[in-house]
Design a protein around this ligand. Structure first.
Ligand code: CTP
Ligand code: MG
Length: 223
């Protein structure tokens, strides 16, 4: 069995909807409900913990916990609220900001963790743009390098971890956690082995108003 941690405690500043992003209405429901549907449909998930903005009531059938200042602090709070379990128990972390999650992707990610023996498995999509790296030590947008696109993947969630690997990563000092945009990145830094599973670009993250419009169109198409 596995545990799912849904992080939904962000402020949604870039979306600018005037309230927490996970509660913004999307195709007729609060955004986080779409991810919850996908997680609830997976038999292997024994418990769902949701990191929420202060004062928000936990959705039905979930354990609610107050989120932290940064995303990784919310993941840490959610893991603590899930209680104890075996060291190799799969812990799935998902952003409520990715409402197009499917049960199929959740199952495939959990299967990949079991089959690869990795410490973590990350859903990711091949990069479609050509990526340029610019100098960060000088003004102006001076290109330093053009990266090899075939080797580049855009990380998404879900990310599935062996409990011990995630706990070790989250025990890093607060400044290391605050700088991380991705839990699997911390696992890599602490010597863990991380694999990818291919995921569609449709599993997009709602960051800006454009993403919200796109997500609404895609979800309405599904219904
Ligand atoms: N998140 C969280 N706790 C935080 C910050 C983020 O639980 N302190 C969650 C968000 O709710 C979201 C996911 O982490 O589901 C990814 O974060 P992001 O897309 O950056 O969302 P926000 O932090 O809400 O948006 P912004 O950075 O624009 O304020
Ligand atoms: Mg954020």
């Amino acid at each position: 069995m596995a545990v799912a941690l849904l992080v939904a405690a962000g402020r949604g500043e870039r979306l600018g909807a005037g309230g927490p992003k996970a509660l913004v209405m999307l195709a007729g429901r609060p955004m986080l409900e779409w991810s919850l549907d996908a997680l609830r449909a997976v038999e292997a998930i024994r418990c769902i913990v949701v990191a929420l903005p202060d004062g928000v009531v936990a959705p039905a059938g979930t354990i609610g916990v107050a989120g932290g200042e940064e995303r990784s602090h919310s993941v840490r709070a959610a893991l603590a609220a899930a209680g104890d379990g075996p060291d190799d128990e799969p812990i799935l972390v998902h952003d409520a900001a990715r409402p197009l999650l499917t049960p199929e992707l959740v199952r495939r990610s959990l299967d990949a963790l079991a089959q690869t023996g990795a410490d973590a498995v990350v859903a990711a999509a091949p990069v479609v743009d050509t990526i340029k790296r610019v100098r960060t030590d000088a003004p102006g947008l001076h290109v330093e390098a053009t990266l090899q696109r075939h080797a580049l993947w855009a990380a998404q969630t879900p990310q599935v971890f062996r409990r011990a690997a995630l706990s070790r990563a989250l025990a890093q000092p607060d400044d290391v956690l605050a700088a991380a945009t991705d839990d699997a990145g911390i696992v890599e830094q602490t010597g863990g082995r991380v694999h990818l599973v291919e995921s569609p670009r449709e599993n997009l993250k709602v960051t800006t108003p454009l993403d919200l419009r796109l997500a609404a169109l895609l979800l309405e198409e599904r219904c």
